[in-house]
Ligand binder design. Structure first.
Ligand code: ATP
Length: 301
């Protein structure tokens, strides 16, 4: 289990992470989300023992992360700082041997992952000859080469196309199924909703949302109703008690309501319209919860 307890991390007088606490259990995928500069990378560096908190501590299976425990950890850093003049094979020897993996295992695992990520022809190519997405795959493989029980992934999906995101998700899920402890970061809050059950959202180093996504949404209460029907009158909807806003998005109306029970009154009105093609009541998105708590648009921040 990974424990982050009351961690405060300062750069000089600047507090980059303020009193952060969470735990990640084996077999769990945990999300650390936040806008640019929120403190995600700082948290990861602290988890990896590269920075020392001024308060609090980080432990993995009861021990501080150190030279002894690092063999069990796979860390994918955000800056894609691969040694670009090395070949893929030499780079894996370098990372693998740093983590005490035998040459035989490095080669076996490298062949397996190159095949899995559809880049087996790149084994003897220099890193700088690879596209950005393929360099990202190599960075991911370098985090997996020691078959880690703790995976620390800083922005693993940024810049990947949808097919490769799916491939990364599939591999991470396999590590989850084997009982690995997994923590990843992202600044795209709604994209990760289906990927993890529990998360922390940081804003300027402070925890603004934390816990199980299903509980966070349940506590928030607000819902959206998506409606497609003819001749919808926005003013008539706005008069209903509990309707907070009505906007049009693409070809459908989004009716924002204070709580789920308001949907009955909205439905009574929508029933009077012609050609009803859609009436869907959905929980608010995590981005909307973030905006409500922090007061600005998450993706733009
Ligand atoms: P991003 O999504 O942009 O990568 P992040 O959430 O990973 O952001 P951090 O890189 O952890 O954010 O930075 C948190 C804050 O700490 C930012 O305000 C950043 O400017 C500051 N910071 C990061 N590294 C240093 C450093 N070495 N010295 C001083 N301040 C730093």
């Amino acid at each position: 289990m990974l424990e982050v307890k009351g961690v405060t991390l300062k750069y000089g007088d600047f507090v980059a992470v303020d009193d952060l606490s969470f735990e990640v259990k084996p077999g769990e995928i945990f999300g650390l989300l936040g806008t640019n500069g929120a403190g995600k990378t700082t948290t990861f560096r602290t988890i990896m023992g590269l920075l020392y908190p001024s308060k609090g501590y980080v432990r993995y299976n009861g021990s501080f992360v150190s030279y002894e425990t690092v063999d069990q950890i796979g860390y994918m850093i955000e800056e894609r700082s691969l040694l670009t003049k090395m070949t893929v094979k030499d780079l894996m020897f370098y990372f693998g041997q740093l983590k005490n993996v035998s040459v035989e295992d490095i080669l076996k695992r490298l062949d397996y992952w190159l095949e899995r990520f559809n880049i087996k022809d790149y084994k003897n190519k220099k890193i700088k000859e690879l596209s950005k997405g393929n360099q990202q795959k190599i960075q991911f493989i370098s985090a997996l080469i020691n078959n880690p029980s703790l995976l620390v992934l800083d922005e693993p999906f940024s810049g990947l196309d949808v097919i490769n995101i799916e491939l990364f998700v599939e591999v991470i899920r396999e590590f989850q199924a084997k009982g690995a402890t997994i923590i990843f970061s992202s600044h795209q809050i709604d994209h990760v909703e289906s990927f993890c059950e529990r998360l922390v959202v940081l804003e300027k180093g402070k925890t603004v949302i934390s816990g199980y996504i299903k509980d966070i949404k349940k506590d928030f209460k607000k819902h959206n109703i998506k409606v497609i029907a003819d001749d919808l009158d926005k003013d008539a909807l706005m008069k209903i008690n509990g309707v907070e806003d009505v906007i049009i998005q693409s070809n459908e109306w989004i009716v924002k309501i204070a709580s789920e029970d308001v949907s009955n009154d909205v439905f009574d009105y929508v029933k009077t319209l012609k050609n009803i093609r859609k009436f869907d009541v959905e929980q608010a998105t995590l981005s909307e919860i973030f905006i409500a708590k922090v007061g600005k648009k998450y993706e733009e921040a």
